[in-house]
Design a binder for this molecule. Sequence first.
Ligand SMILES: [Zn+2]
Length: 157
Amino acid sequence: MTGPWICDMCGGEIDNAGVVRGEDPGKGYVIWQEDAGVARNFKIIHQGRCDNDQFELSVALDRFLGDDGLAYLLSFLSLGPVILRGAPEMRNNPRVADLDEFVDLIRRLHTPGYEQSRRHYRDDTVLDDLEGANEAFPYSSDGIRAVLDSVEDQDLP
Ligand SMILES: [Zn+2]
C-alpha cells in the first residue's frame, strides 16, 4: 500500500487511512493540465483546501490506486490494441508531455516508500550511497530502504 502522500500545494500530508478502510476516498486529488490532449504538470493535492483553478483536470486519488489505477495510468502511455485498431497512427504516442514526470507520478502512487524517499534523490550523501547503482535500484524496495536509512543516519546526533 502506498501513501500517505505529500501535498504538492501545501506540503502537508494526505492521509490514506480512509482509502485503506475503503471509506472517505476523496481526501486526495490528482490534478493536471492538458494541451491538445497531452497531459502535463501532474500534482497530488488535498481535495478542496488545495484546489487550484489553473489545473483544469482533476480525478480522485483513489482512482489511480490498485490494479485499476495502474490500468488507468497506463492508458496515458498506450491506448492499447482496442483503440489502436481504429487509430494505428496513435501507436507510440503517449498522452503525457514529460515521461519522467509521469513515471514519478506512477512511482508515487504504486511504489511503497517512494513518496517518502523521492525528495532525497538529490541529496549529496544519498547520491554518494547510490553511486554505481543501476537504473532500477534507487526506486526498488531495497533502494528506497537504503535512501531512507541514509537520511535517518544523517538525522542522528
Ligand atoms: Zn494541501
